[in-house]
Design a protein around this ligand. Structure first.
Ligand SMILES: Cc1ncc(COP(=O)(O)O)c(C=O)c1O
Length: 408
């Protein structure tokens, strides 16, 4: 078994922030849902106890709650520029129950800007959250152009866009990273090509956000969404809008609630206040991690994750009965999300055996059934997916590999 030196991450300090990690289970289904920070849970409960009020009134608790929400939204907006670029003004942040619901709302809000015959490019590598909402616009005469996954690289390649983009292309929708393959897609060449035809980009950052710092403004992305419950927060999601992207949105809210905050247009019925206040502990945790390690938070996180990834991939490479679905080597474009299939056992059998060792992994198509089909895999059984986060340890990886050794 490969033993690699872990990066400088102080794992005791990190793990002390996550009560679920003390529960006796190794959690490696993080791309499904990550452990929640204790501070998120505490702040959410505190908010519900102390400010169970509607915003916007003049009495004390309501005014206070309004201030807390403004602070929370500013802090959450900051997550979109940790990797560089201009700060996102909080009024261009939309919050909702999930990325799926935010992207569905976005599609509805953009519909009035589209005409029959306009085209939207969607990627086959995506989770359905960034496919279904655009496909539904076909009922309004919008044409879908599929950006296919190349069988050799298992990813959609930017140069393939050259024959998909044209004068009617309005939008290119793609994922920043595959939740199944762990591969990062560089948005830069995609955005550059989209711009040549005046199209805008909508990017799903859900699989990317727990592992790397975000910078959608710097990348020229108009709409960028991710789910906070995958980034150690509560079950809700965020969407950033560029200035132009916000101005394009039709109002889904009450008719008097379209200005001055454009993202309000995507938040009919407001946002989950207690979750916003709780979620603001996520950027605080990243700041504290940064201070403790004297390096940008996601530099330390990604270095540690790369060590974990290499340990799993090196072991899988020794198994002749296993095929890794995705890049076989750890690297900067490889997240700690690793999928594989076995020549001898069904994914469901393998996962059941690993469950028995109190290690949480998972199998299936992970709501990316089109990708699974494009890769020639059976849709329902899909792949076995191990998805790690920065709080996982090499010791846990060793436990996993022992369980897999027995299961395979
Ligand atoms: C890559 C990716 N995009 C979108 C989603 C959907 O997120 P939500 O559950 O917030 O709708 C997921 C959820 O697993 C995902 O992995």
């Amino acid at each position: 078994m490969t033993r690699l030196d872990t990066a400088a991450l102080d794992l005791d300090w990190v793990r002390g922030h996550f009560p679920a990690l003390q529960g006796g289970w190794v959690l490696m289904d993080n791309a499904g849902g990550a452990a929640t920070l204790e501070a998120v849970a505490a702040r959410t409960a505190e908010y519900m106890r102390r400010w169970p009020v509607q915003l916007g009134a003049t009495y004390g608790p309501s005014a206070e709650a309004g201030e807390l929400q403004a602070r929370a939204r500013t802090a959450l907006a900051g997550l979109f520029s940790r990797g560089g670029g201009a700060a996102l003004p909080p009024e261009r942040l939309a919050m909702g129950a999930a990325t799926t619901s935010l992207l569905s709302r976005l599609a509805r809000a953009l519909l009035p800007t589209l005409s029959p015959g306009d085209e939207i490019v969607v990627s086959e590598a995506d989770h359905e959250a960034n496919i279904g909402p655009w496909l539904r616009l076909q009922a309004h005469g919008i044409r879908i152009r599929w950006w296919r996954v190349r069988p050799d690289s298992m990813r959609p390649e930017a140069e393939d866009l050259d024959e998909l983009l044209g004068p009617r292309t309005r939008l290119v929708c793609f994922t920043h990273a595959s939740n199944l393959l762990g591969s990062v897609i560089d948005p830069r060449p995609v955005v550059a090509r989209a711009r040549t035809v005046g199209a805008r980009c909508c990017v799903d950052g859900v699989a990317y956000a727990p592992h790397r710092a975000l910078a959608p403004a710097e990348l020229g992305i108009d709409w960028y969404a991710f789910s906070l419950y995958k980034v150690f927060g509560p079950h809700c999601a965020l969407l950033s809008c560029s200035a132009d992207g916000a101005a394009m949105l039709a109002n889904l809210n009450h008719e008097w609630m379209s200005a001055p905050a454009p993202a309000t247009r995507l938040e009919p019925g407001a946002w989950p206040y207690e979750l916003a206040w709780g979620a603001a502990a996520v950027p605080e945790y990243l700041d504290a991690l940064e201070t403790r390690h004297g390096q940008p938070a996601f530099d330390v996180i990604s270095a540690h994750e790369r060590t974990l990834t290499a340990a799993v991939l090196d072991w899988l490479a020794t198994r002749r009965d296993v095929r890794v679905i995705g890049a076989a080597e750890a690297g900067p474009d490889r997240l700690p999300t690793i999928s594989f299939v076995s020549a001898r056992k069904r994914p469901g059998e393998i996962v059941a055996a690993v469950d028995a060792a109190r290690i949480g992994i998972r199998h299936g198509h992970f709501y990316a059934p089109r990708l699974v089909a494009a890769l020639g895999l059976p849709r329902d059984e899909g792949v076995v997916r191990i998805s790690m986060a920065h709080y996982n340890t090499l010791g846990e990886v060793e436990q996993l590999l022992q369980a897999l050794e027995a299961a395979l």
